[in-house]
Design a protein around this ligand. Structure first.
Ligand SMILES: NC(=O)C1=CN([C@@H]2O[C@H](COP(=O)(O)OP(=O)(O)OC[C@H]3O[C@@H](n4cnc5c(N)ncnc54)[C@H](O)[C@@H]3O)[C@@H](O)[C@H]2O)C=CC1
Ligand SMILES: O=C1O[C@H](COP(=O)(O)O)[C@@H](O)[C@H](O)[C@H]1O
Length: 248
């Protein structure tokens, strides 16, 4: 990817993980509604993702977008996810198509788009290494909250913009990104742990690979897992280095 890459929500945790390993690899444009905490050598756009004109300015001329900006709280109320997550994702997809420069759109979806597959019958066994239950991205959404509804809606918006306008779209259902080590005393979090370096590597893969429309899971290669990473390996060349079991 020689063209600039726009990273929205760049000031957050996922953005920090990506930039920690990939800052020098791409010609970044960064966007966040918060100004940068540290000086950056990249172009930085302070803008709200729901402001079409400001977003278009950041998008135009970029070859790819990693879209992270939004309300990440599982307990976020409807008015927030409707604006920040649904309107915001629609806005940037429309700007991507209008610009005619963007080829790839990588969307930060979430485990909460499918959180209600974790039924009382399956819990807690599905969080344990011997359990064979796997979600692989072909299943229908089963959101566990309104935030999860907004993430499933973002995936469907991407489907529309792929089918109608030919945008390559990768939806990464991110598990639990935690720096340094997996969450302690939290089996679910250990099963869907995504380390910082695997996070950066996975988003790098999404910028490098060729694909049409994909839904993949963003977790490390944990012994405990109920998400398959086979598709991420096969289509994107994802080769995670970390495993929450190494911290037991
Ligand atoms: N951290 C995790 O484990 C997971 C994160 N995700 C998704 O990844 C994305 C990033 O999450 P985090 O980095 O953890 O969150 P974060 O809260 O650390 O970062 C989000 C960033 O987006 C910005 N932002 C929020 N609303 C905005 C708006 N309307 N316009 C412009 N910028 C806005 C915030 O200022 C912040 O810098 C989110 O979409 C979240 O739903 C999904 C699953 C797991
Ligand atoms: O989508 C997200 O998921 C992670 C993990 O969910 P949790 O229910 O185990 O906390 C969450 O930490 C993050 O804030 C959210 O955006």
């Amino acid at each position: 990817m020689d063209d600039p890459v726009l990273l929205t929500g760049a000031e957050g945790r996922v953005g920090s993980a990506i930039l920690a390993d990939l800052e020098s690899k791409y010609d970044w444009r960064l966007l966040d509604r918060e100004p940068p905490a540290e000086e950056s050598s990249s172009d930085f756009f302070v803008a709200d993702i729901t402001d079409y004109d400001a977003v278009y300015e950041a998008v135009d001329g970029a070859g790819a977008i990693i879209h992270l900006a939004g309300d990440p709280r599982p307990e976020a109320p409807w008015n927030s996810v409707l604006s920040n997550n649904i309107d915001g994702t629609h806005n940037i997809l429309q700007a991507a198509v209008d610009s005619e420069s963007v080829e790839k759109f990588v969307f930060a979806s979430s485990n909460h788009a499918v959180g209600n597959y974790e039924t009382d019958e399956r819990k807690p066994e599905l969080y344990r290494p011997h359990d064979g239950f796997r979600l692989d991205g072909n299943e229908l959404p089963r959101p566990s909250n309104l935030y999860g509804v907004s993430k499933a809606t973002g995936e469907v918006l991407g489907r529309y913009y792929h089918d109608e306008f030919g945008l390559s779209v990768a939806n990464v259902r991110i598990g639990n990104l935690t720096e340094g080590h997996p969450p302690k005393d939290y089996e679910r979090g250990q099963a869907m742990w995504l380390s910082y370096r695997d996070c950066a590597h996975l988003f790098d893969c999404c910028l490098q690979a060729d694909y049409d429309y994909e839904i993949i899971y963003g977790i490390s290669d944990n012994n405990r897992k109920y998400y398959s990473i086979d598709r991420a390996r096969e289509v994107f060349g994802y080769d995670p280095q970390d495993n929450s079991a190494h911290f037991d």
